[in-house]
Every structure is written in C-alpha cells, then in structure tokens.
Ligand binder design. Structure first.
Ligand code: FAD
Length: 319
C-alpha cells in the first residue's frame, strides 16, 4: 500500500508558494523537492490514491536506477516512501472546478478557493478511447485492461488487440503465450511498434495482423463475443468471433481544464521551455503531460525536481 495513501492537508484558505496538480511520479517528486527547499506546497490529486499510471503497470520495472520493482504498485511503495515523510500538504479525491492560471487561482467543486504564487501542472496522460459501440459497455466483461494481470482470465480464448504501436505489440505477445489466436488490427500500412516486438510477433504463429483496418464495433450480449472489422478496400465490414479485446491506441494528455490559457501542441500536450515553464509566467508543466516523445518515470521525476529548483530560486530572488 503506498505510504502516501490517506495523507491529507489542512490549510484551506492560505496563500501557497506552490500548487501542484497531479500526484504521479512528476508531481510527487516536485513536492518532495519543494519541501526540501522550504516552499509551502499543496498537492491536489483527483484519485483516492497517489501514483498515477504506476497503478496500471503490471510488468516489472527495471529501468529506474536504484529501484527494481515487481510492478507499479511495488515501485510506488518504494518511490513514495520519501515524499511520505516530507512535510507538504496533499489532498486526494479532489475535483477541480476551474483554474485561472494567470491569477494562480484554483477553485474546487467542494467550494474552496486556493491561491498560490506558482502552479505545477503534473496531470499526466490517460488511455485514448476509440469511441466505438461496445467499448464502454463491455468494460469488465471482455475488455482486457492488462494482459499481465488478466492473462489467466483470457487463457484459452480468442482475442483481438487494437493498435499498432509498442503497447499493442507488447499486449499481443503477452496474450500469445496463453491464447489460441490473437488478431492485431491496426490502421496503418506498417506497424509502428519497435522492430524487436515486430520480429517476435512474426515468430508467433497464433498472431495474425490486419493492417489498414479498423474495428468498428465490439459485439456481444453479456460479454464480448465478436468484433466487426472494416478493411481499407472492403465495402462492408466482417465479423470475427473473439472473447476478449485489448484497446491500445495511444494516450492523450490531461490538459482540458487548462486549455483556455495554456499553449498546447497539436495533440493537446503542454508546450514548455527548457525550464518546463508554460506560456503563462510561473506556471510549469512536468512529466507526461508535456512530454509526448519520451514519457518515462525517471523523466517525469527529473522534471519535477528541476522545476522545484527553478521556483525556489525565483522566490528567493523576490525576497
Ligand atoms: C503499462 C505501462 C507501463 C509502463 N512502464 C514503464 C516503465 O517500465 N518505465 C518507465 O520509466 N515508465 C513506464 N511507464 C510510463 C510511466 O508510468 C509514466 O511516464 C509516468 O507515470 C508519468 O508520470 P506523471 O506524473 O507525469 O503522470 P501520471 O503517472 O499520469 O500521473 C498524473 C496524475 O495526475 C492526476 N490528475 C490528472 N488530472 C488531474 C486533475 N484534473 N486534478 C487532479 N489530479 C489530476 C492523475 O490522477 C494522476 O495521479 C509505463 C506506463 C504504462 C501505462
């Protein structure tokens, strides 16, 4: 259980040095450093628990120096040990009503108005949805959230993976160990996944790839029974019987609540300077929310640390 679960702050109406929105690796590291540098810091997290995407990692994490973890929750236990002992306020299950970045004011749905000198946006990304019929309806009834976690549940079943990137290929490979057939459906001519994954997939006879194709519906009664696939040159879609569907069509940044003021790129990611500052002075964005190219835990943590130091030196200059 993460060390930070349930930690909650108190000071509701005071002026803070820093408001951090989001308590994944980026937000937690920023908070740890802000505390170390003597800044009055409040972290706002929408979920009940801190950790962000770490809760969705079921594979071992072996690429963060100094930590080897069996999965994301194991990593989080170790990662949050230090912030858990630090002296910053953390409010979880928070719903933000509106944000005025220029004025550095955040209004919560519960009625509180928060004010600070600087804001760190660390809201990360979420899985992109396809928006097709069946996608929502069959969550928990054949939609595969995590092949590592759900492998036993889908063993012996025919499954479909939607997407052509690393995540889709990795999912197809994991499922191929336990499923008689895995059909990977993707839009482009060529898979975007890294060559090692593509090579491994070619060596798996149970994996069939449908390029230049889209899944238009997920069908079934109480649970997934089939997908409807439309191939590029075909006039009509066809149905294929499957009992599980994994949707891995990328991620999108959590920037909607800031979009009125924040400069965003064409995919909705926050645009930042080398100091991680956005187009609004003293508003920073760190971690995946501003890093479409190379999202990693260490990158998110590094950006969180950097920004805390930038803010501390600015505040010192003001004094
Ligand atoms: C399956 C999987 C495997 C991965 N494996 C690895 C790996 O092996 N190594 C590696 O380095 N990286 C890995 N990653 C990537 C890594 O998890 C991310 O790069 C990292 O979590 C980014 O941290 P973050 O703090 O920027 O964002 P996130 O982890 O996305 O955290 C953002 C936080 O902000 C909160 N939030 C969002 N909107 C609001 C709001 N409006 N108000 C309040 N809070 C909000 C969210 O609830 C969340 O807690 C993996 C990711 C996945 C999904």
């Amino acid at each position: 259980m993460p060390a930070l679960l349930g930690l909650c702050g108190s000071t509701k109406d005071s002026m803070h040095d820093v408001l951090i929105i989001g308590a994944g690796p980026a937000g937690l590291t920023a908070a740890l450093w802000c505390d170390e540098l003597g800044l009055d810091t409040l972290v706002l997290e929408q979920n009940e628990m801190v950790g962000g995407q770490l809760h969705s990692i079921y594979n071992p994490i072996e690429n963060y120096p100094g930590i080897r973890a069996a999965n994301g929750n194991d990593f989080l236990d170790r990662f949050s040990e230090q912030p858990g002992k630090a002296d910053f306020d953390l409010w979880t299950s928070v719903e933000i009503e509106s944000v005025d970045l220029k004025a550095k004011r955040v209004a919560l749905r519960s009625g509180e108005e928060l004010q600070s000198i600087s804001i760190i946006i660390a809201t990360g990304v979420r899985r992109r949805r396809l928006g097709i019929p069946g996608e929502k309806e069959f969550v928990g009834h054949g939609i595969i959230e995590s092949p590592s976690r759900d492998r036993e549940a889908f063993a012996g079943r025919d499954v479909c993976v939607i997407g052509g990137g690393d995540a889709a290929a990795e999912n197809a490979l994991l499922l191929a160990d336990v499923c008689p057939t895995v059909t990977l459906v993707h839009r482009s001519k060529k898979l975007k996944a890294r060559p090692t994954f593509v090579g491994q997939m070619q060596g798996q006879h149970c994996i069939t790839v449908f390029p230049e194709s889209v899944v238009t519906r997920i069908l079934g009664h109480d649970r997934v029974e089939a997908v409807e696939i439309l191939r590029k040159d075909a006039l009509k879609p066809f149905q294929m019987a499957v009992q599980g569907v994994a949707i891995r069509v990328g991620v999108e940044p959590n920037t909607e609540i800031f979009s009125r003021e924040l400069q965003l790129d064409s995919q909705g990611y926050a645009v930042v300077s080398s100091r991680h500052e956005t187009n609004v002075t003293n508003v920073f964005a760190v971690g995946d929310v501003s890093n479409p190219l190379a999202p990693t835990i260490i990158g998110a943590a590094g950006a969180g640390a950097t920004v805390a130091k930038v803010i501390a030196s600015r505040l010192n200059e003001r004094k």
